[in-house]
Design a protein around this ligand. Sequence first.
Ligand SMILES: Cc1cc2nc3c(=O)[nH]c(=O)nc-3n(C[C@H](O)[C@H](O)[C@H](O)COP(=O)(O)O)c2cc1C
Length: 655
Amino acid sequence: MAGNHLHDLAALIETLEAKGRLARVRSEVDPRHELAGVAAKQEGGPRAVLFEKVKGKRWPVLAGLYWNRSLIADLLGKEERGLPQFVANCIARWQRDPVDPAVIKTGPVLEVTEPDVDLGKIPVPVHALEDDGPSFDAAVVIAKDPESGIRNASIQRFQAVNRNTLHVNVGAKPHLEVSLEKAKRMGRSLWITLNCGVGPGLHFAAWAPAEAAPTGRDELGIASEFHGAALELVPGTESDVEMVAHAMWALECELIPGELAPAGPLAEVPGFYGKVEPRPVAHVRRIHRRHAPVFQTILSGAEVWNSVGLLGEANVLALLQRQVPGARDVHFSHGSAGFFHAIVQIAQQRAGWSKRAILAAFAAFPPLKMVTVVDDDIDIRNAQDVEWAMATRLDPASGIVTIDNAFGHGLNPSFPNAVGPKLGFDATRPFPKRAEYGRVAFRAVALEAYEIAQAEPKPAGSAAADRAAPQLTETGTAPAAAASSDYDTDRVWQRELADWKEGRGAPDGGVFAPARPAAAGDWDENRWWKRELAEMKRERENGVAPAAKKAAPVKAAPPPPPAPRPAESATRHSGSKDWDENRWWKRELEEMKREREGRKGPAGASPPPARAPALTRPPPARSADTAPEARRIDVRADRASADEDDGGFFHGGAI
Ligand SMILES: Cc1cc2nc3c(=O)[nH]c(=O)nc-3n(C[C@H](O)[C@H](O)[C@H](O)COP(=O)(O)O)c2cc1C
């Protein structure tokens, strides 16, 4: 088929591998709980995970295709921050001028038609500990409206209860339920196909909210936009409902309206279990597959935030751009379960347009409970920056909008029967803009143009280190205690790295583990790098232990190449401190890993490559709290040229 690789999961897996975006779990894992447990440990990391050996099953399982936005952006060949706009543009093109799917005679999914129906042969995992059973959670449902015959695409979880029966976790009136009701009125059964193992183009079509893709249009055409060619379907063998030609598996199923069975509980994306409820029953009549299929699963959590959430962001952005001139960007915070809170960025042009943005966002995506609108000097992906806007610019008397008894999302417990309260926060500065709300800015520079000496921490026992050590105790900011903000966490990692480089252990003999609330994307990044660091330390302590390394269950592909520093410095947003800090440490780690790999070669005894030149003057005598941050301070001292600064002051903050 013409078009790009996005229509075919096999091609995508090859791309992931080539880009260093795939980890292969070679050890056998139990599909019941263990597979999801291993996946959950890697959630949010830079790689998807392929489980090569699944206990009792013949085929591998892929997880994590959507749990990291930079991974998605890499696959689509786009900038991470531009994803909502890219998705919005594709959907707008489909709305204007749809490319309908093409029905072809045959395709890879028809390579094998199973002689009998046995769901037990498919490696369907059981994810959460209290899940009632294995569920298909990434298979795209194709259904046809019984009256109009127009196709619809969606994802519902289908729980396998025996070799040929599934319970359908359908709720809150998605289009599938509407079709089922119509079929009931017409006294006929509803046929669907369940297409498992597909790429992001088709998934994005399935997740397009009803506000973007109402019934009456063939939603599958959205996939064509992402693929750059018409989506290919093959005819059903049991009914007139087609299957996706390049899917890994396609199940042809019949739903008999009115037939219900108690189903659940299943883990729900806000982080709790759904109720046991009567659900429609699907009878699997035929199973088709490729010769060597890969089963795809989506872990409840970050993968859903980045799927349903990304499509929601795209729709909010599209409506805002039509209705509110100056609307720039939108982000659904991960702390809000991925789609209950939208942060909207606008360059406000008229008084009251921030409130207009609140109303448009609610209209574009009803699952939202909260919308916060900020100015265009705020980094909407940085919770600290957004909080700064709320703390300094929000006027509670006039800036908070509440709407009672509004339609929302049934999975939010504050919306029983999908009805509940909505909250809008106008955290933009007063309009017309007043000077006192202006924000400090620094000149954008490319650090590569500067000669900068970086201080290396002094070896333990040296006079300088001894001078610093007692101060650490005095200020009471020993790393393990400094913990409660992203900023502190970054400092802890900075010290960790310095210790690691100098061959010192952490005071407690382990990795500093700041207590932090389990929450948003930044924190996941921190967790990720913390694990990386812990692993490297273990290796160092075990003298690299090549044999042990070989036996390690998870063999990760090499990390993706780090972003070049010039672009980094040039594009850095004034407010995006934590994020950039994480990226910074990530690069540091990658560099150290490369050095370590270099040392592991046959001439392993050779010394590590020289790192940045040591500071030629003694580190400034300063408080122990800031001493390990000599690099940061030093840079600022060297470039004491912030536009409105009088030079030479240490202000703290990230470079
Ligand atoms: C991994 C994943 C699992 C989902 N599971 C369900 C589910 O079990 N039930 C449901 O009603 N919606 C579920 N959804 C959400 C629907 O797919 C989504 O709301 C979709 O837009 C519905 O399509 P429709 O607008 O054509 O009805 C899930 C989404 C994802 C990403």
